[in-house]
Structures are given as C-alpha cells and as structure tokens.
Design a binder for this molecule. Structure first.
Ligand code: HEC
Length: 183
C-alpha cells in the first residue's frame, strides 16, 4: 500500500515536472516572439512606394507602346522614360533606370552596374519577381530595388530582336530604383 502511494506520487511528480517544462517552453517561445525586432516600418513604406511607382511606370510604358509606337523609328517608351526618370531624379524624388538582363542591350549604358544591379539581375533571372537591399550613404538610408521586366507584348520584339528567343515570362530587363527611406 505504502509502495503504491509512493509510486503514484512519483508518477504524479514526473507528470508535473513534464507539464511545467512544456508550459515554460511555451513561455519562452512566446517571449521570443515578443522580443523579435519590430518590423522596420520606414523600409516597408519605401517598399510600398517602389511597388506603386513600378505599377505606374510599367502600365504607362505598355500604354505608350500600345497606342503611340507604330514603327521601329517611333520614339520608344524606353527613350521617353529615360527623360522622365532624369527629370524625376533631378527633383530629388528618387532614381530609376532601365537595365538590361539579356547581355545585349540597345544601349551599353543600360548594362547592369557592378554590385547591387548585377546581383539583382542574377536573382531576377533565377525567377524572383523583385529584389531589394537597404544601404546607408552619409548617414541616410536608401532602398535599392530591382523589379523584373518580361516581354509583355509582341511589339517589344519589333525593336529588341533578341527578345524573340527569350522564354515566355522570363526577365529581359529590370527597372532599378534608389528610393530614400523616410525615417
Ligand atoms: C520603337 C522601338 C522600341 C520598342 C517597341 C521597345 N523598345 Fe525597349 N528600348 C528601345 C530603345 C531605343 C532603348 C534604349 C533607350 C536608351 O537607353 O536611350 C530601349 C531600352 C529598353 C530596355 C533597357 C535595356 C536596353 O536594351 O537598352 C529594356 C529593358 C526595354 N527597352 C524593354 C522593352 C520592352 C519590355 C518593350 C515592350 C513593351 C520595349 N522595350 C519596346 C526601343 C524600343
């Protein structure tokens, strides 16, 4: 009888010990969640800005190409947007440029630059829709971002013959952004 009481006492003790370990483990998991660094809201805002700009720019490029570009001697959306990007950058909003991902750009000035752009193009060619990185310059943070440009319409091939052989949906280029992070 005494042995039985002792045994059940032991079993109960073991159960309590096990339960308290489980409970305390849950406790630490909860605490870890709370202690995780807060989301960087300023960077998230910059990312949202890039998504918005990207949507506007790309929709406009397609509209211009669809309605105004009839032959390969017409002003390409690519050329018009170069002027637009320059004027936006001059006003200090952000920087944007068209970058090639095929190795055969219309203009060599559009080849990806060493560093972020080369890395970003590699990531886009591997299938990512976009790639970004936060940098600090003179104590100010900037979001560098690149978003893929696929061949969105047959007309693109009229001027970019090299796009003809590119797999459907694969990136032929990117828009590369540098957006100030508003702290
Ligand atoms: C009327 C001819 C024309 C058409 C159509 C055209 N482009 Fe271009 N594209 C150009 C020219 C010219 C440039 C070079 C602009 C510059 O840097 O001055 C260019 C530049 C680019 C670049 C930068 C890399 C490079 O090749 O220099 C990309 C990416 C691009 N175009 C994608 C497209 C896509 C996608 C379409 C279809 C929506 C398209 N283009 C339609 C003429 C054209």
């Amino acid at each position: 009888m005494v042995r039985r009481v002792l045994m059940s006492g032991l079993i109960l003790g073991a159960c309590v010990a096990l339960l308290s370990t489980i409970v305390s483990n849950q406790g630490t998991a909860e605490e870890a969640k709370k202690k995780a660094p807060p989301q960087d809201a300023a960077v998230e805002r910059a990312r949202r800005e890039v998504r918005m700009l990207d949507d506007i720019y790309k929709t406009a490029v397609v509209l211009v190409t669809e309605h105004y570009v009839k032959t390969d001697s017409d002003l390409a959306a690519g050329s018009a947007f170069k002027v637009l990007f320059e004027s936006v950058a001059k006003k200090g909003w952000h920087e944007a440029r068209l970058v090639d991902a095929t190795g055969h750009p219309y203009s060599d000035l559009n080849l990806p630059k060493e560093g972020f752009e080369k890395k970003a193009i590699a990531e886009l060619l591997a299938g990512k829709p976009s790639y970004d990185q936060v940098i600090t310059e003179d104590g100010k943070r900037y979001l560098l971002a690149a978003t893929a440009i696929p061949v969105v319409m047959e007309k693109c091939i009229m001027c970019h013959e090299n796009y003809r052989t590119v797999e459907k949906g694969k990136a032929v280029g990117a828009i590369s952004y540098k957006v100030p992070v508003q702290e």
